[in-house]
Design a protein around this ligand. Structure first.
Ligand code: AN0
Ligand code: CP
Length: 317
């Protein structure tokens, strides 16, 4: 595998899950595979889980790991071509990327959507430049439109906890004070659409996602109806996708907060969230602390999804 930015890059989903469960049974079975190989992780944005889980995954495979927080200690990077660089950015991405590529065997990139220019975000300009100019395999640690390592971990988690062959998955929008990207919900939808699970998305009017990600999902504006019979509730905030409101917060309506009453509508559903989560905005203390909350095993599975992806890349070097 030479790149990992979307669900299609992983290919057959059952095979990918088999590989993940093999890793979970013995995560130290391939400690020689990454010997003398170096992973470079580049962060344009903050991270707790992605940083730790991806580094741990690479170490399980015997790799060396370097981490660069671009906004802390590196030169501020210009990303647009043709700019007269007389401002506050001393270096251009077009030099920085091949330089980074010369010190490693693969690159993980975190670069969130700017939420100002939809075309720029949905063309994935930053990660696409890494793919083009680094000369090395590149994987996404959340780019502008997708967060595939998260979605892969989400799928592993659902497979572990499901009690029926085709569970009902409900992805629900929930309120948040700041504008967040659509990457997590886009990506979750993209991966769930590769399964045969029943899949419902619920959100207030105006929060419609890009149809290329919604795919075969049922969009149900009646929140109560959506939750009926759910086996898994996947909560997430996102900002508006549709014009002219791209990147805007249209609502902070706390009637959409996932609480005990909401969960009572479900088939005793498991509660999932990618974290970090704002309590009592997205979900109440009671629900996230309940025995149906699986946010911690979900986060722990980030190590497994990252290891499955890095292992595939190592095997293709
Ligand atoms: C980010 C987002 O919503 O994309 C990262 C989630 C993994 N969340 C925040 O910035 C709070
Ligand atoms: N879920 C997730 O990607 O978390 P971080 O932003 O902390 O890496």
């Amino acid at each position: 595998m030479k790149k990992f930015t979307c669900a299609d890059d992983i290919g057959d989903i059952k095979k990918a899950l088999d590989e993940a469960f093999e890793i979970k049974r013995d995560r130290f079975a391939y400690t020689d595979l990454g010997r003398n190989r170096t992973l470079l992780m580049i962060f344009f944005n903050s991270s707790l889980r992605t940083r730790l889980s991806t580094q741990k995954a690479a170490m399980n495979l015997g790799m060396n790991v370097m981490v660069l927080d671009v906004n802390q200690g590196a030169w501020k990077l210009e990303t647009e071509r043709g700019v007269v660089m007389d401002g506050d950015k001393p270096e251009h991405l077009l030099e920085a990327i091949p330089v980074m590529g010369s010190f490693c065997d693969m690159i993980g990139v975190r670069s969130f959507a700017g939420l100002k220019d939809k075309a720029e975000d949905y063309e994935e300009r930053v990660i696409e430049q890494f793919i083009r100019y680094s000369g090395k395999p590149v994987f996404s640690m959340e780019a502008a439109t997708r967060h595939p390592l998260q979605s892969f971990a989400d799928l592993i988690t659902i497979e572990e906890f499901k009690t029926v062959e085709r569970p009902k998955i409900v992805m629900t929008w929930a309120p948040h004070p700041k504008a967040l990207p659509q990457a997590v919900p886009n990506s979750f939808a993209e991966w769930i659409n590769k399964t045969d699970y029943e899949f419902v998305i619920t959100h207030p009017e105006g929060y419609e996602l890009d149809p290329q990600f919604v795919g075969r999902a049922t969009v149900e504006y009646d929140r109560k109806k959506a939750f009926e019979g759910a086996d898994f509730v996947y909560a997430k905030n996102w900002s508006a996708y549709t014009d002219p409101n791209y990147g805007k917060v249209l609502s902070t309506d706390r009637n959409w907060t996932v609480d005990t009453d909401t969960m009572k509508l479900t088939n005793n559903a498991f509660f999932m969230h990618c974290l970090p989560v704002r309590r009592n905005m997205i979900v109440t203390d009671d629900v996230i602390e309940s025995d149906r909350s699986i946010v911690i095993p979900e986060a722990a599975n980030r190590e497994i999804s990252a290891q499955a992806v890095i292992k595939r890349i190592l095997e293709s070097l």
